[in-house]
Design a protein around this ligand. Structure first.
Ligand SMILES: [Zn+2]
Ligand SMILES: [Zn+2]
Length: 182
């Protein structure tokens, strides 16, 4: 598997090759906590995370997954709907990814944005998936004793897309995040 700096180089290379360098800088990182997820992109902060467990076993799928997430980033950068739209599929076809992700069309309603929110505790790495941005600040249920403890405030990540290990796109509804309570 490529190490993190090689991932970063791969991103830059693919960006130039297939997107005219239009995708703004993203950090590309492994997330060892992913179990069902193969990859995930957040646009705030701009970050693409990949599962080391999954790509150790399927190294051949890494490039495709990275490209998939980069299409989301590219559409977002262009101010277009970053979800799995017709435009998204056209770009996939252009990159030769069409056959691999043929199930995409039925997995997600075409015009639905894949955008959602993850609340993350930087101390214990608990993550909770939300469809909406929380209206008030919340702290980690594991780390804080009190109702709200600003020391363990959960960071809000704005997520564009998550891909599970089967290559299917997950529905926007939660349930499979690693957290129990907020
Ligand atoms: Zn915590
Ligand atoms: Zn996607």
């Amino acid at each position: 598997m490529p190490d993190p700096s090689e991932l970063q180089m791969l991103f830059a290379q693919l960006n130039n090759e297939h997107f005219g360098g239009e995708i703004p800088a993203h950090r590309i990182a492994y997330n060892a906590r992913f179990s069902n997820l193969a990859g995930r992109i957040t646009y705030k902060p701009p970050l693409i995370e990949l599962s080391p467990k999954h790509f150790e076993r399927h190294p051949e799928a890494l490039r495709e997954t990275l490209l998939h997430e980069m299409i989301h980033a590219w559409l977002f950068a262009r101010g277009e709907n970053p979800g799995h739209t017709v435009r998204f599929k056209r770009k996939m076809d252009e990159l030769g990814l069409g056959s691999i992700y043929h199930e995409l069309g039925s997995a997600v309603p075409r015009r639905e944005s894949a955008r959602r929110f993850i609340l993350r505790c930087d101390r214990c790495t608990l993550e909770v998936l939300r469809k909406r941005r929380p209206g008030v600040q919340v702290s980690c249920g594991r780390c804080s004793r009190k109702q709200f403890d600003p020391r363990y405030r959960l960071r809000v990540l704005e997520v564009l897309d998550t891909r599970d290990v089967s290559g299917e796109v997950r529905a926007a509804h939660g349930g499979r995040s690693s957290g129990r309570s907020v």
